[in-house]
Design a protein around this ligand. Sequence first.
Ligand code: SAM
Length: 278
Amino acid sequence: MQKMLSRKKTMNLDEIIDSIDQRPFYRCEDGALYCSPCEDILPQLPDKCVDLVLTSPPYNTGGHSAGYHPNSTTGDSFYDEYSDNLTNEEYIDFLAARITETIRVSRYAFWNMQMLSGNKEAILTLLYVFRKNLKDISIWRKQAVSQVQKGRTAKGFEFVFMFGNDDTMAFDYNEFPDNGYVPNVVEVYKTESFPSHHATFPVNLARYFVSYFTKEGDIVLDPFLGSGTTAVACKRLGRKFIGIEISEDYCCIAKDRIQAEQKGITVAELKRGQKVLF
Ligand SMILES: C[S@@+](CC[C@H](N)C(=O)[O-])C[C@H]1O[C@@H](n2cnc3c(N)ncnc32)[C@H](O)[C@@H]1O
């Protein structure tokens, strides 16, 4: 398959960080992490400064874990800093403002969401509002299908809404495999979980989109970084990253994961301060 010409990169990571009037919570050679509400950082970012946004916002679960783990004990404190309990109107406004910003600052903005009663109206409304920007929808098929509530179907997939700046369904396919085959159904196992963060996505999900929709050295932004999964995938693939997360506890988890990745050790080994030799 004939490849498309490479895009001209206009800003590097340092220049983007210089444009933000806040010190990163954590900075390393290939990324930066901001401990802040993303609405404070996103407006400071220049147009089209990153290559991909990959993110998973709070799902408006009503303050409860809506089915990630059938035996969840997270109860009313699903997130650390954020109640996840907006009205439909508030949630639509919350997402619309941030989707608009991510489409402005990036070439592509991929939003992972699961449809629940607290966000169904928002998802359907936003898909209509952003219909010109919706390039495609991928589905992330889960191995562990979880029962949210009695009388409802057990949830076996989540959406990834793939927004861009034009109304064509075609992507830049420079990084697609030679046969051009990139299915929009992704099947991944979650291999890592963190007791203090109950809504992480699998690193191989992030890896899938980062590898096919960016090239080495490109910059990926996740404005709801959570435990840092997108940053970990970027490190594994030689991409740069900017993460934003409102909770300091989650920023600490993300920082540990990034540092462990950097050293080629596990988070447990990082914490023990030494690499375990087998
Ligand atoms: C679904 S989780 C993201 C999980 C992430 N993909 C991972 O694998 O760890 C959503 C995250 O958004 C954070 N959050 C909520 N409101 C925020 C805001 N206004 N700005 C930045 N982060 C926010 C929550 O603390 C939570 O960690």
